[in-house]
Design a protein around this ligand. Sequence first.
Ligand SMILES: O=C(COP(=O)(O)O)[C@@H](O)CO
Length: 262
Amino acid sequence: MSQKSIWIGTNWKMNKGPAAAIADARALAFFRPPEGVRCFLAPPATSLRDVGAVLQDSPLMVGAQNMYWEENGAWTGEISAPMIAECGASIVVLGHSERRLHFGETDWTVNLKVRAALRHGLRPLICIGDTLDEYEFGVSQETLARQTKIALHGVSQEDLERVLVVYEPVWAIGAAGRPAEPAFVSQIHTTLRGVVQGIVGQGSSVRIPLLYGGSVSRGNIRDYVALPDVDGVLIGRAGWDPADFMDLVESVRDVVSPKVPA
Ligand SMILES: O=C(COP(=O)(O)O)[C@@H](O)CO
């Protein structure tokens, strides 16, 4: 029987200022996910501290959506890993395709951020994803391997234990996206498993969690979570309402429980 944990998180993107974020965090504060499921929320930076305070005694973890790699200094508009940690966050989403597309994030800057996050005790959740062109030309695997290898370059064996990777096809994200077929995700994740295993070392017992994200919904979450090389999901729109998020997590209870040791 498998012993893998399942990660389920929701990225609030640029939604919910402090008032709305506090209200939603309060609605989630008493939620107890099924055994074997680790949940997290990624609010915008301005709501991070409040959400961190509300969820201080909750099993739900809090994550930031981005950070800069320096600790402090003349970097107007940026926030650093120690600032995020001080707000109560334990996770930081890095390299989201929206940041790669609109804000000039590159594989190299993702690597700098991953290493800075790890230096400050945060768990980096590294987003990788193929564009529609890459998917249609059949080079998704090459893109994902490159993004993963560069993001994890120079990360120590010990630190690799705190890393999470999420495969988010760019073509699957948002209202105009279409969710990836579970069979395709399965194929991608099995290849990715080989890539990360090559990084942690073939004989290593470290299992880097590989999540899927992109139009995850009540109608497909169970199909993704049931896949052997999928260790969870990152949810956008479908998880922004607290009741919907709890319902999504509850919906995988019977899929996850066989994965948890008796
Ligand atoms: O971008 C993401 C997917 O958003 P959806 O609204 O679920 O398509 C991912 O980061 C989860 O928020």
